[in-house]
Write a protein that binds this ligand. Structure first.
Ligand SMILES: C[S@@+](CC[C@H](N)C(=O)[O-])C[C@H]1O[C@@H](n2cnc3c(N)ncnc32)[C@H](O)[C@@H]1O
Length: 248
């Protein structure tokens, strides 16, 4: 069943693009231009959202050898690499991303099937996968409802959805600290360590999308509305969120 209303993850951010119709092109351009620096800056972010965190989230959500995985918004493959370590089969994990730059980068680093496409309109047949993972890309989609319906469509019955995200902390002190760190320190360090201005813009945008993102309850409700059972979310440090759901 198609969703009735679109659900944007955040309102337009006019510092970066004039209106929401320009957002997909902006996002794609930014990731294309920064793909070669992404892993380095991701190390800087640390905050525990590294390889061990991704692998632990995958196994906690039930990923096992033999499962067919679609890693949506694969980027440079930081989640896919951990999924491959669990499944043990290079053909078991398929990566999807809209950015040709990111796909070129992951192709250099990993051997696995790759698809260029939008997660809001997955170019994938129904009920193909046992597990869908998505790391830190929820804030970039045009429509959460359409995206979650697509995830539901391509999962087999019993299949699992896992979405990793960073969320604005509820506590004002933590929020102010994170705003300073992610909104100011990381963008500056990103530029200093890579010499790339687009990386600075991307990291500023990273915080602005976190700050303006719809609340976790809205995301969980949208996962449930797309047809998932057991829709929920694990929270750590009032910051890291692992949303999940199961296709009934
Ligand atoms: C922050 S990176 C995340 C990479 C990786 N998943 C990780 O855990 O680090 C976000 C990725 O989402 C991709 N992306 C953004 N919007 C997308 C969309 N609508 N459809 C598919 N990929 C998208 C970008 O090209 C980028 O590679």
């Amino acid at each position: 069943m198609k969703p009735e209303q679109p659900l944007e993850p955040h309102p337009a951010l006019p510092d970066y693009y004039p209106d929401l119709t320009q957002r997909p092109a902006f996002v794609r351009r930014m990731f294309d231009r920064t793909a070669g620096y992404y892993d380095r800056v991701n190390q800087l972010l640390s905050f525990g959202s590294g390889s061990w965190y991704r692998r632990r989230a995958l196994t906690r959500a039930g990923l096992q050898p033999g499962m067919k995985v679609l890693d949506v918004a694969i980027g440079t493959g930081l989640v896919a690499r951990q999924a491959l370590a669990v499944t043990g089969d290079p053909q078991s994990v398929t990566g999807l991303d809209i950015s040709a730059g990111m796909l070129a980068e992951v192709r250099r680093l990993l051997k696995l099937p790759l698809i260029q496409g939008l997660m809001e309109q997955l170019p994938v047949a129904d009920e193909r996968f046992d597990f869908i993972s998505m790391g830190y890309a929820l804030r970039h989609v045009a429509d959460l409802n359409a995206t979650f319906h697509e995830f539901h469509r391509v999962l087999r019955p019993g299949g699992v959805l896992l979405i990793l995200e960073i969320t604005r902390p509820a506590q004002p002190f933590k929020r102010a600290l994170l705003k300073f760190y992610l909104g100011k320190v990381i963008p500056l360090l990103s530029r200093l360590t890579t010499g790339n201005r687009d990386m600075q813009t991307l990291m500023r945008y990273y915080w602005d999308t976190i700050e303006n993102c719809v609340p976790p309850e809205t995301i969980i409700a949208a996962i449930r509305d797309a047809g998932f059972t057991e829709a929920g979310c694990d929270v750590e440090f009032d910051l890291f969120r692992a949303y999940s759901g199961r296709k009934g």
